[in-house]
Design a protein around this ligand. Structure first.
Ligand code: ACM
Ligand code: ZN
Length: 629
């Protein structure tokens, strides 16, 4: 992720205006009377009365092989109600919560479930345990996260019949640019599961760190997992200095990985590992310089600008490179149950191959026309290695002269085009077009983050449609949000970049397309903020905050326009550089004239007299520069 940013920057600056929200259909029920479930279920019908959790008897699960999900529910309900609810195999006299597997009920689709709440019983039906798990997540969203002993705990009578639109509902996390501990990963998985994500794409290696123990190549973590420490805005860090110790980093042992995999499996999340080759490989080359064309010693990148004096590409002409990859992917395939293994394949600087006699020799021997075709050769050869381990290869889509490689699934990241081409040609595709799904992009104005970057607002995530025109739906596995972590140094920032945008992505990937309704989503999202607070998960409030832009007039003067993503907010503003509150002028939708001498505008959103989100404070000269771009 880097080059695409420039193109996407231009697009995203244009996108900061809110999308048109779908109008509420007259006669639809007031959403406040419905449970606020994210992602929105396919079908929800309210019933009469409610189930009182205070009177619950037992959780009943006949099939003891799947009792773990029932126990998970018992544990969660116990935390909410303070009461221990027994899990039994036989019906009790009281008001029970009953799990049923119905393999013959064709209305219960893959991963789907039916949740029926009546005043005397809760029934959870599914074809597979995954469906039970998702029903439990839905049920828990219908309850508060905790209660006092005297509070009633009522679950409104309801029938929910639900199943996902896509089988791949992912979040990707880059643990190379910054390392995140096993505990952080587990917290992330926990939060993902609540919103029915089922794929954790783990970007384990890059120029800035190798994060997974490979027993046959110990230098990968001994050397490759460590870089010199740097703090602050990522781009422009100082390169490693002579003699400076590499103290920042870390890695997962294979035992750590097994623990994480078990944790994920219990939450019905498949972990797809990624080793990014042949580019983005500086950490690997720092560990084993002989794998590069130059064979010169290298240091792990510290977040200093990568430049062509340092090679980060593997020598793909050399058979020993493939022998090393065979070992690495062999260990990976033995560890990870996922059917897919991601091999990276993006943003390869091929200039080293052009100067390398071994790579040039390979081009000749294989009758290749260019170094771009050599890249295709590499992907092809590695894909066969992956298959030899009983796995399916997946890569990022980058346009190559050699074309698509047989048997490879493509991840479409710059936009939808790669996925379009791949799916039309019979390849499986996962959609993560940066403009809609890159979670490293800012959530609102870059002024909040002290550095320029692209913006992907919440409403852009909500507008994510994996099946864009021209995409062959039957070959699309689904989509994901992708979080690169150059500017994500700790868990709080990780959470902040993910939520609430991942709510929007969860809905794009799970809920039926025709159910999409921005206003309704916002209403439900706001009810989930206290749940995130309770779980001590940080989230962004950017969707409340004023969007301020300058507009050029025919006479070359500029006006200021203010909008918000969320409707119905009052925005107060000032040009006098004082701290704005609700006693300041209220923006009335009309362009503002810039007072003479003003150098900043500040604005803040309110609802019912309460401030929401942060005050924005923008330099007018900067706004005018943006408008002129
Ligand atoms: C990517 O963002 N380079 C996949
Ligand atoms: Zn070479």
């Amino acid at each position: 992720m880097l080059r695409a940013v420039i193109t996407i920057w231009i697009l995203s600056v244009l996108m900061v205006q809110p999308l048109l929200a779908s109008p509420r259909v007259p006669g639809t029920p007031n959403v406040d009377s419905l449970p606020a479930i994210i992602p929105a279920p396919a079908m929800l019908k309210t019933g009469q009365g409610h189930f009182n959790l205070r009177t619950v008897g037992s959780i009943v699960v006949k099939d003891s092989a799947h009792a773990a999900i029932a126990k998970l529910l018992a544990e969660s309900l116990g935390q909410i109600s303070g009461k221990v609810i027994p899990v039994k195999q036989k019906m009790d006299k009281g008001n029970n919560i009953v799990f049923r597997l119905s393999t013959t009920d064709s209305s219960l689709r893959t991963e789907g479930y039916r949740l029926t709440v009546t005043p005397s019983k809760i029934t959870i039906e599914a074809q597979q345990p995954a469906g039970w798990f998702y029903a439990v997540q839905t049920l828990l969203q219908m309850l508060p996260t905790r209660s006092t002993a005297r509070e009633p705990l009522l679950i409104a009578a309801v029938t929910i019949q639900d199943s996902p639109r896509f089988g791949w509902r992912g979040l990707m996390l880059d643990v190379s640019r910054h390392f995140f501990s096993k505990e952080v990963i587990m917290n992330y998985l926990d939060q993902m599961a609540k919103y029915k994500f089922n794929v954790f794409h783990w970007h384990l290696t890059d120029n800035q760190g190798w994060r997974i123990e490979i027993r046959s190549m110990p230098n990968l973590t001994r050397t490759g997992a460590w870089r010199v420490p740097r703090t602050g805005y990522w781009r422009g860090f100082q390169a490693p200095q002579p003699g400076e110790e590499a103290t920042d980093g870390g890695s997962y042992s294979q035992e750590d990985v097994k623990e994480i995999l078990a944790y994920a499996a219990a939450r019905f999340i498949t972990v797809v590992p990624e080793i990014d080759v042949p580019g983005h490989s500086l950490a690997m080359i720092a560990s084993y310089p002989e794998l590069s064309c130059t064979k010169t010693p290298q240091q792990v990148l510290a977040g200093d600008p990568w430049n062509t004096s340092r090679t980060n590409v593997l020598c793909v002409g050399n058979d020993s490179t493939y022998a090393a990859l065979d070992k690495i992917f062999g260990e990976l395939a033995a560890l990870f149950p996922s059917s897919y293994i991601h091999i990276g394949g993006d943003e390869v600087t091929r200039m080293f191959w052009e100067k390398c006699p071994v790579c040039q020799d390979r081009i000749k021997k294989e009758n290749l026309k260019s170094s771009s075709e050599l890249q295709t050769y590499f992907i092809n050869r590695l894909a066969r290695i992956i298959e030899s381990k009983g796995k399916l290869p997946m890569t990022w889509y980058d346009k190559l002269e050699g074309g698509l490689v047989p048997g490879v699934a493509y991840m479409s990241w710059k936009d939808h085009k790669g996925g379009m081409l791949a799916s039309q040609n019979g390849h499986k595709a996962v959609m993560t077009p940066a403009f809609y799904t890159y979670l490293d992009f800012y959530q609102n104005d870059p002024v909040f983050e002290n550095g320029p970057f692209t913006v992907t607002r919440l409403n852009a995530c909500y507008a994510f449609e994996p099946i864009a025109e021209g995409v062959k739906e039957e070959n699309v596995l689904g989509g994901q949000g992708s979080l690169w972590t150059e500017q994500v140094p700790n868990e709080r920032k990780l959470q902040y970049m993910t939520w609430p945008r991942a709510f929007a992505l969860a809905e794009a990937l799970w809920s039926p397309k025709e159910k999409k309704n921005w206003d309704d989503f916002v209403n439900r999202m706001e009810k989930h903020f206290p749940r995130l607070d309770d779980a001590k998960v940080k989230y962004a409030t950017g969707s409340y905050e004023p969007i301020v832009s300058a507009k050029k007039n025919a006479d070359s003067s500029f006006n200021i326009i203010i909008s918000t993503e969320i409707k119905g907010l009052d925005v107060f503003y000032t040009f006098d550089d004082t701290i704005v509150d609700e006693f300041y002028p209220k923006y009335n939708g009309r362009p503002l004239t810039i007072p003479k001498g003003a150098h900043h505008i500040r604005a803040r959103s309110y609802r019912n007299g309460q401030p929401l989100g942060r005050e924005i404070n923008l330099e007018l000269a900067d706004l005018i520069k943006r408008a002129a771009r």
